[in-house]
Every structure is written in C-alpha cells, then in structure tokens.
Design a protein around this ligand. Structure first.
Ligand SMILES: NC(=O)c1ccc[n+]([C@@H]2O[C@H](COP(=O)([O-])OP(=O)(O)OC[C@H]3O[C@@H](n4cnc5c(N)ncnc54)[C@H](OP(=O)(O)O)[C@@H]3O)[C@@H](O)[C@H]2O)c1
Length: 320
C-alpha cells in the first residue's frame, strides 16, 4: 500500500489515497527504453519509483519520461455513466481534479450536445474521453464497451436517472398512472444500470479493488416508504436496488474484489429536483459539486464488507 502511494504521489505527497485508484500489476515488457535526452527523474520521485521498479521487476528507471510511461501504463480509469448534466457532470469534474493520473471516460446520450462535458474535455484532453451511451438503446452500450477494448475500470458510477421531463411527472395518485411513463422510468432507472453491468462488468479488474456504484434514491427504499406517491420513480428505484443486490451476488463470484453498491446522493440542486425542492426545505440541499465530492468520499471509504449495500451521501446505511 505504501509502495502504491509512493509510486503515485511521490514520497512527499502521501495524501490519503482514493482507494478506487489502486494499481493493477504493471507490465514491464510494455515499457519503452529511455531516450538519451530525457530529463532526469525528479529528486523527490527517484527513490519511490526505483522501489516500485524493483517490486515490479522492471529495469531501473533513470528518466522522467520513462517514469511517466511507467505511471501512465498503470494509472487507473473511471467511467461515469450519465455525465452530461447534474451529479454525473460534477462527478466527472471532481474525479479529474482529484487525481492528476486518473483517466475518466464520461458517457452520455448525445456527446455533441453536451457542451459542459465538451468544455471539460478541452481542459483535460489527455485524460477525459467521451462516449455515446443511451440507456434506452442497448446497441449503444455494446458499442461503448467495445470501444473501451481491454481497458480496465477501477470505478464505474451509474448516474443517469429520470424523474420528470416534458411528458412525465411523478404521480400523486393512482389516477395519474400512465403505463408508458412507468415503462420509461423502469427502462432508465432500473434496467439501464443493469444493462451497464451486463456490458461493462468484464472491464472490472479480475484482481484488485474496484467499485461499481449506482446512484439510487432513498425514495426507492421499501422500508423507508412513509409518504407514498411517485409510483414510477419509487418502483423503478426499488427495482434498481434489487438489481444492485442481485448483481452483487454474481460479482462476488466473477469479480471477487469488486464492491457493488447503491448510493443515495441526498437532495441535490439539479434539473431532476428543481420542481420539487421547495417541499424539502427542512433537509439540506447540496450543490452538484458538493454531492459529487461526498459520494466520492463514500466510494473511497467502501470496504469489502460493504459489498451489496445501500448507503447515503454521508456513508450511513439505508434499509432496502
Ligand atoms: N438530484 C437529486 O436530488 C437526487 C436525489 C436522489 C437521487 N438522485 C439520483 O441521482 C442520479 C443523478 O440525478 P441528477 O440530479 O444528476 O439528474 P439530472 O441533472 O436530471 O441528470 C440526469 C442525467 O441522466 C441522463 N439520462 C437521462 N436519460 C438517459 C438515457 N436514456 N441514457 C443515458 N443518460 C440518460 C441525462 O442525460 P441528458 O442530458 O441526455 O438528458 C442527465 O445526464 C439519478 O439517478 C437520480 O435518480 C438525484
């Protein structure tokens, strides 16, 4: 662990490590030899990198370039699904700021129209990649997964979700139930993250910690349902929770080091909550940036025992 941190941050930067970013085994055979004019290693970097090279049984590193190659080959990657707006967008930005070595893949329905995400990509061209993925179009998931090739994901977060749009609003009573809108809620909130698991679970490393998280909502808790209403959103989030739990059972067999959880972000000031925030004035309303930071802190703190759990933004467990 110390070696991992030393390699990542250098001996003077042993800040608490986001655990999602643990290294997988390096592949010394893929490293290019250092060129004669490469700048030498930084003094504060040398001993830790050499120690890492010894551990990985690769030739001694003498240059900054070689060191960068080494770090780049082993740096981690995260995928944020539903990154065009709201919490997914803020989480993408937060991850890029948090770790200078992390590569982030951000997916959304229409990358060409996701202007905030494009601005982010212009700021981090080497580390942010945009892929098209529409949860209502399974072929787009297969294509996005294919584009990743053999890339390993240490973190995958499902952020996309729907509560309302021009056609849909949460039902206050049975007379407002519309099967078409119910199908839509289930397609995006419940079936969507499950399809992401179907197409992307193979990208989670076979060995070493990884996290597969899906943003759910406390309102999907059956045990916590006191207010009623919102049939489509509640039901689809409850189904999403069951899928998360069921996925956790399968992942324990095929990716034993992966941790799969459902997360409740709290009430967050996004388009999704905008029409309803007046009704929750007694609860804190987080900005998307604060929510993203809080959720990433929860993710960093997850341990094997948390696998298959449902947690709120402050890390407290929520009853299913
Ligand atoms: N905000 C809250 O107070 C709150 C509370 C509890 C739980 N949550 C959960 O947190 C998650 C994020 O919510 P948010 O507040 O960030 O929502 P938001 O601002 O409304 O953003 C929703 C995101 O979902 C994407 N999306 C919708 N349909 C999609 C589809 N078919 N395929 C792919 N992406 C799709 C949207 O993409 P487009 O830009 O293409 O439409 C957008 O990026 C949701 O799962 C929500 O249920 C939020």
């Amino acid at each position: 662990m110390l070696l991992e941190r030393a390699l990542r941050y250098g001996p003077r930067r042993l800040r608490p490590s986001p655990k999602v970013l643990s290294f997988r085994d390096g592949d010394p055979s893929r490293l290019a030899p250092a060129a004669p004019d490469d700048p030498p290693l930084r003094a504060d970097h040398r001993s830790s990198v050499r120690a890492a090279c010894r551990a990985l049984r690769r030739p001694r590193v003498d240059s900054e370039r070689d060191c960068a190659i080494c770090l780049g080959k082993m740096s981690a990657a995260a995928l944020i699904q539903g990154a065009s707006r709201g919490i997914g967008l803020a989480m993408t930005g937060s991850l890029l700021e948090r770790d200078p070595d992390l590569r982030v893949i951000a997916t959304c329905r229409e990358p060409s129209r996701a202007t905030a995400l494009q601005d982010m990509r212009n700021e981090f061209p080497a580390r942010l990649r945009l892929l098209r993925l529409d949860l209502e179009d399974e072929a787009s998931l297969a294509e996005a997964a294919q584009q990743l090739g053999s890339e390993e994901l240490n973190l995958l977060v499902n952020c996309a979700g729907i509560l309302h749009d021009e056609q849909m609003k949460p039902e206050r009573a049975l007379r407002e139930i519309d099967p078409v809108q119910l199908h839509r809620s289930f397609a995006i909130n419940a079936i969507g993250p499950l399809l992401v698991a179907k197409h992307f679970h193979a990208q989670l490393p076979k060995k070493g910690r990884s996290v597969f998280a899906s943003l759910s909502a406390r309102i999907g808790s059956i045990g916590d349902n006191r207010a009623g209403g919102w049939y489509g959103y509640r039901g689809s989030k409850a189904a999403q929770n069951m899928f998360t739990k069921t996925l956790a059972v399968e992942l324990a067999r095929v990716r034993p080091d992966a941790i799969s959880v459902a997360l409740h972000p709290g009430t967050v000031a996004t388009d999704l909550s905008a029409p309803f925030r007046r009704g929750v004035s007694r609860k804190p309303v987080f900005s998307a940036e604060t929510a993203a930071r809080q959720l990433l802190d929860v993710i960093d703190g997850l341990e094997a025992k948390d696998h298959g759990g449902f947690f709120a933004w402050d890390g407290s467990p929520i009853p299913w």
